[in-house]
Write a protein that binds this ligand. Structure first.
Ligand SMILES: [Zn+2]
Ligand SMILES: [Zn+2]
Length: 234
């Protein structure tokens, strides 16, 4: 974990900056499992990558993930979970077995993580929890891979420990189930809080630059500027 000051001062909008090798994070999206959950692989020129919310739930989806990593010669460095709802952690065990990575999530979602097997049973899903260590993410932690840094923003309300990963240098937000195109995360699940979610989005996401591209946990991408104008919850 690096201090956030290490990312200060970059300005990707300035075309005179020549040292731009750290400004091209690529985002690959997979739509996995019965919940149509968005799994993301983030990578840059160094070929290092992080896997965010692996939702792969069967052999076909496992192979899609592995094939992409293999085809692009990527080196998986971190397993990140925006939150611990079952659709976002279903592939944790496979990713751990395949790449030796342990999950990183916020401690306030531990109760969801620990009850994930019984929740999966409720939904009639085949799933076994990863029996391995895990690491906690704290608000404003900087997670890094290759030349890329992601700042953790804690935006509770959909779940108590929902984290958004913000690439400050390139204005990209991996939002989990916090904010969707013209919608927000549901708040009727255990630990949900509607007012807290609205406040968190206003304070931590709508204060990011309008051009910030938002990659949500379901459905298509959007931008901060578009949601400030068009999201019916605000
Ligand atoms: Zn969720
Ligand atoms: Zn979800």
């Amino acid at each position: 974990m690096l201090d956030r000051h290490e990312v200060a001062g970059s300005n990707p909008a300035d075309p005179t900056i020549t040292d731009s090798k750290n400004l091209f994070m690529k985002v690959e999206k997979f739509v996995f499992n019965p919940f149509s959950e968005n799994t993301y692989i983030l990578f840059d020129d160094t070929k290092e990558c992080v896997i965010v919310d692996p939702g792969n739930s069967d052999q076909y989806e496992n192979e899609k993930l592995v094939d992409f990593i293999k085809e692009h010669s990527l080196k998986p460095k971190l397993l990140l979970n925006t939150h611990a709802h079952i659709d976002h952690i279903m592939g944790n065990k496979f990713v751990n077995e395949q790449y030796g990575l342990i999950p990183h999530f916020h401690k306030d979602d531990l109760f969801l993580y620990q009850s994930s097997e019984s929740i999966a049973t409720m939904y009639g899903l085949t799933y076994s929890i990863l029996e391995a260590e895990y690491n906690y993410l704290e608000e404003f932690d900087i997670v890094s891979f290759g030349n890329t840094k992601l700042k953790c923003l804690l935006v509770p309300g959909h779940s108590p420990g929902s984290i958004c990963f913000y690439n400050e240098a390139e204005n990209i937000l991996i939002a989990g189930d916090v904010l969707f195109r013209e919608s927000i995360g549901r708040t009727d699940l255990p630990g949900g809080n509607h007012q807290m979610l609205l406040a968190g989005i206003s304070e931590k996401i709508f204060t990011l630059p309008d051009e910030t591209v938002v990659y949500p946990g379901h459905m298509e991408t959007t931008t901060v500027g578009y949601e400030k104008v068009n999201n019916p919850f605000f």
